[in-house]
Design a protein around this ligand. Structure first.
Ligand SMILES: Cc1ncc(COP(=O)(O)O)c(C=O)c1O
Length: 397
């Protein structure tokens, strides 16, 4: 097997791209797959459905490998938010005292909004696990939140700001010991950190494919539902979740597909799935453990260089590799202006309110030399103060 630095497989934009934790760069294979599907549409029109009908299901082996699940436990569909609603509609069954939902104070807002919607319907609370330092979660606080009146907990595998990686098997075990269902938002780990969701016994998980999986802006998301829950049938039904063999009989009696495919709702976006199809082919050619090893090497290098040359920037990502995802978060009061100034120099980081500069050296396409150059550019900005001229300028992402 070749190494995991595969810049040849990507259409890299000019400059240095360190924002793969927000939107991964385009694999050539994604473009080729979209063009292939476009040609099918042009040539076959509605006849193209013969090839497209099972496209989402055909991607499940590749996706299952990324999250450590059987193919029938995962499906590419929807968005994180929509999939979360769909899984909550299925699994969240408040009963008596055991009715509350747990999330974290550091969650991406959409996850909390989804939980709030369901809590409101059932007169329950969404309890947020607090953070002691504003960046990370402490295992004792997670344990303390998992009380006997909690029905379901949703946690991020990797926190979107700080990059802290939580102990997925450990927290899952603890929640189950206490009779709590547990789901994971794996948006910031899939494609960067290998998972074993099936063996960990996680009840469900959701993620997107537009970050480290490189399937393009707004790519269809993904979900995992452990096979022990497949008998429940989807809480939200749609015709695309019907058993494929009889879907076109158009009966009003809903017969769900056997596995996670039952959680599809409407007609899938074939062109967007094609980009995912191409993007997944990249992962078919690499070893996930090697991706993780190289990612940890790059983030270690970055943190060491920041410590040595940029003492004004505070690393808020855990140093322990077992608690670190694929990106490094640096706190600085001028993080926003620094982010803009780096972009103006062709280096793409991102900024998260209020003071976090995120840098994601991606194992598949970033190099040690790019990290060195980025640290040099930051040193120069801090020395000259050139970034301050950009303080008031706009920034969308
Ligand atoms: C951790 C996390 N959760 C949820 C979302 C929302 O995802 P979607 O827009 O696919 O619903 C994002 C988006 O970036 C995210 O980073």
């Amino acid at each position: 097997m070749m190494g995991v630095l595969r810049r040849d497989l990507f259409a890299l934009p000019p400059g240095i791209y360190l924002d793969g934790n927000s939107l991964g760069v385009m694999p050539h294979a994604a473009r080729e797959a979209v063009l292939r599907r476009l040609s099918e549409w042009q040539r076959d029109a509605v006849g193209g459905w013969d090839a497209w009908f099972g496209l989402a299901e055909s991607l499940s082996p590749g996706i299952g490998r990324l999250v450590g699940a059987h193919p029938h436990e995962v499906i590419a569909t929807g968005s994180i938010t929509a999939n979360l609603h769909s899984l909550l509609a299925t699994l969240y069954r408040p009963a008596g005292q055991r009715r509350h939902l747990v999330a974290t104070a550091l969650d991406f807002p959409s996850d909390v909004y989804a939980l709030q919607s369901w809590a409101a319907r059932h007169g329950a609370e969404v309890r947020l696990i607090p953070s002691r330092d504003g960046h990370t979660l402490h295992e004792d606080d997670i344990a303390a939140a998992l009380g006997d009146d909690v029905a379901l907990a949703l946690l991020p595998t990797v926190l979107y700001r700080s990059g802290q990686l939580l102990d997925v098997p450990g927290v899952t075990r603890l929640a189950h010991e206490r009779g709590i269902l547990v789901g994971w938002d794996a948006a910031h780990s899939i494609g960067s950190v290998p998972h074993a969701l099936h063996d960990a016994g996680a009840d469900f998980a959701v993620w997107c494919h537009y970050k480290y999986v490189n399937a393009g802006p707004g790519a269809p998301g993904g979900l995992f539902l452990h096979e022990r829950h497949h008998g429940l049938g989807p809480g939200l039904r749609g015709w695309w979740g019907h058993d494929k063999a009889t879907q076109f009989e158009m009966a009003h009696e809903f017969r769900p597909a056997a596995g996670a495919g039952a959680y599809q709702l409407g007609t899938p976006p074939i062109l967007a799935l094609a980009a995912l199809e191409g993007a997944l082919s990249v992962f078919g050619a690499v070893d996930l453990a090697e991706i993780r090893a190289r990612s940890l090497e790059l983030t270690s290098q970055l943190m060491a260089l920041v410590d040595e040359h940029l003492p004004e920037l505070r690393v808020v990502t855990p140093r322990d590799p077992a608690q670190r995802g694929g990106h490094v978060a640096l706190a600085h009061p001028e993080a926003r202006a620094l982010s803009l100034a780096l972009r103006a120099r062709g280096i793409v980081p991102d900024f998260r309110q209020p003071d976090i500069l995120r840098l994601a050296p991606v194992a598949l396409y970033n190099t040690a030399a790019e990290i060195e150059e980025t640290v040099r550019a930051l040193r120069e900005l801090l020395d000259t103060g050139a970034h301050r001229a950009l303080e008031g300028a706009g920034l969308v992402t």
